[in-house]
Ligand binder design. Structure first.
Ligand code: G1P
Length: 289
């Protein structure tokens, strides 16, 4: 079984829910406590052993490429000022030369199309996809746990979470068959089903391990829900030939593409940092009442 070495981050989304901020700042670069949303997602990938970061960007996303580059002048100034801690922080997050690649999705045609844009950079090996506005907080990262499952199951793996059945129409929903290791066999999936037609209340939550055969399918995938080329529709076709497994994530998920998720993430990550939490907890308690 080939190791999962590469991860695709589809970062081309417009971020309309965060206008006007996203007129000038990509939504993935909005800050949760002290770092961009995207940094949390990249950290999760690196914890899982991912070596190659592949960003599918779009127009107005140039700052993402700058963020993952070495900022020579900044490092020089920090060195002159003896800011060792800050230098070490930047260094610990720096992708090494050649380990971050960028390609553009030229038109906003959907998640399936964005993933397909990475086909030449991924090549013929299994790969991960991490939705860049979903932060997943857990002792052991979601993707690392999925790679554990992959070690015994192989195939394709999707992270899933229980959602309110009345909200099934906001997600890709999977059907659940028998248990396999710390996951289960998926039978059926549907993108944004009508509430009464959802096969379960298990929603695809934003982490995927996929086999490269998905690319040939996505190449000719027609538009689906929302008139977009949907990854879920491509995966459903691949499921005719290959196994799909679900991994039920038990940590906390923050959809930072929504205002409520973004605000909750800021509070949750502030709470996880004693130095900050000790300074804000009383004020927050008072505000919340
Ligand atoms: C995407 C996926 C969907 C998944 C969701 C999770 O939808 O297409 O299957 O459940 O992310 O956030 P989107 O939120 O881009 O509409």
């Amino acid at each position: 079984m080939k190791k999962v070495r590469k991860a695709v981050f589809p970062v081309a989304g417009l971020g309309t829910r965060f206008l006007p901020a996203t007129k000038a700042v990509p939504k993935e670069m909005l800050t949760v406590v002290d770092r961009p949303i995207l940094q949390y997602v990249v950290d999760e990938a690196r914890e899982a052993g991912i070596e190659q970061l592949i960003f599918v960007t779009g127009r107005n996303k140039g700052v993402i490429e700058d963020y993952f580059d070495v900022q020579y002048e900044l490092n020089d100034t920090l060195t002159q000022r003896g800011k060792t801690k800050e230098l070490q922080l930047l260094d610990s997050m720096q992708p090494t030369a050649g380990h971050a690649s960028f390609t553009r999705q030229q038109l906003p045609l959907g998640l399936g199309h964005a993933v397909w844009c990475a086909r030449e950079l991924v090549g013929n090996e299994p790969f991960a996809v991490l939705l860049p506005d979903v932060i997943m907080q857990a002792e052991r990262g979601c993707l690392a746990s999925m790679i554990d499952l992959y070690g015994t199951s192989g195939g394709n793996i999707l992270s899933v979470e229980e959602v309110n059945p009345r909200e099934a129409n906001k997600y890709g929903i999977v059907g659940r068959a028998g248990d396999v290791g710390n996951g289960f066999k998926i039978d059926g999936m549907v993108e944004k089903p009508k509430v009464e037609e959802a096969p379960s209340n298990l929603a695809i939550s934003g982490r995927y391990i996929l086999q490269p055969e998905i690319f040939d399918i996505l190449e000719t995938q027609e538009r689906g829900a929302g008139n977009e080329i949907q990854l879920t529709d491509g995966m459903l076709k691949l499921a005719d030939a290959q196994d799909f497994f679900g991994y039920v994530f038990t940590g906390k998920t923050y959809d930072c593409g929504s205002k409520e998720g973004f605000i909750k993430a800021n509070v949750a990550y502030a709470k996880a940092d004693d130095a900050i939490w000790s300074k804000v907890r009383d004020d927050l308690a008072e505000l919340v009442g």
